[in-house]
Design a protein around this ligand. Structure first.
Ligand code: AKB
Length: 317
């Protein structure tokens, strides 16, 4: 029987992953936690605790008391915010991961850890198109450096202590349930809210900035497929590349205009342009696709369709 702890259950990924895991493993076996209040359905469908991942003593007691067998550690300072407070972001991203890895090492019942990596591990010297799993990695952002260092620590804990930690290099994630905050790919969510509310959006990246993106249900399925894969099939204990689709702001605008023809876009690139320019246009994910034959199901048009339908309902428009 699994008892799963989600750290960061009020965030963009956590709020959807918690519900998906509760469906599979039972509501009472998935413990949601965060330092922020959760969405109503997370709070009402199972246990939720206020828990700060930086507080290692509280965390280890929690893990022992609730006989936790799997930890999903999703809390992080994202790329844009990390550039504003580099040292603090480094400390939060690294210390929180180290707390979780140490607990997984010390508490025998903890069998598995999931920790999200990101396309931010790549940098300006990385091949930009169809970026391979194993390639030059010289990230130029604090967030990217913390993700690359985190990947190395994950592999170290696996090799040295046998901690079964698994990871995916998420692209920009698009979802309608919980908004992301402080990332370079946030525009790809903001644009839908603005299109429905104001029929106009000013994008903080330039119109032809291409980035890898993924609709949240694909990310949830890929995460669960990796965590449920038999140990002998897990080839990497660093992040796996995963791919949904890739697009520019101009292309996503065109997809939205098929539904809202008078939607207008303007461009005012800010400091996040420099971050985006160091990331891949697209990634090669053939290793991730080995797990349970996971395959992306949503392209730019299906994502746009579902985003607009659900946001319209959510915003009561
Ligand atoms: C960000 O923009 O910082 C994140 C990411 C790609 O990891 N969404």
């Amino acid at each position: 029987m699994e008892n799963i702890l989600i750290i960061g259950a009020s965030g963009q990924i956590g709020s959807e992953l918690t519900l998906a895991l509760r469906e599979r493993y039972g509501n009472d076996h998935v413990f949601a936690s965060d330092i922020k209040e959760p969405a109503e359905d997370v709070r009402e469908s199972g246990p939720f605790y206020m828990l700060d991942v930086m507080d290692d003593k509280h965390l280890i007691h929690f893990v022992i008391r609730h006989k936790i067998t799997q930890i999903y550690h999703l809390a992080a300072v994202l790329s844009g915010n990390a550039e504003k407070l580099p040292v603090q972001a480094w400390q939060i991203n690294m210390n929180s991961l180290m707390n979780v890895l140490e607990i997984a090492k010390l508490v025998e019942e903890v069998r598995q850890v999931f920790w999200p990596s990101s396309i931010a591990v790549f940098g300006p010297s990385t091949p930009k198109e169809n970026t391979p799993q194993l390639t030059i990695m010289e990230p130029a952002t604090v967030y990217g450096i913390s993700k690359l260092a985190g990947e190395r620590w994950c592999e170290y804990y696996y090799k040295r202590y046998g901690v079964d930690v698994r990871s995916l290099r998420y692209p920009g994630l698009i979802s309608y349930k919980t908004e992301a905050g402080g990332g370079t790919t946030d525009w790809a969510v903001e644009i839908f809210y603005a299109a429905l509310r104001e029929k106009a959006y000013t994008c903080f990246l330039a119109e032809n900035t291409r980035l890898p993106m993924m609709f949240m249900p694909d990310a949830i399925n890929a995460t669960i497929a990796l965590m449920e894969a038999p140990a002998e099939e897990v080839r990497f204990h660093i992040g796996y590349n995963i791919k949904g689709f890739n697009c520019t702001p101009a292309e996503l605008t065109a997809a939205i205009q098929k539904h809202i023809p008078d939607f207008k876009i303007g461009y005012a690139p800010d400091f996040r342009q420099e971050i985006a320019d160091t990331w891949p246009d697209s990634v090669d994910d053939h290793y991730a696709r080995c797990h349970d034959h996971w395959k992306s199901r949503y392209d730019i048009d299906t994502t746009t369709d579902i985003m607009l339908k659900n946001l319209k309902e959510k915003l009561k428009l």
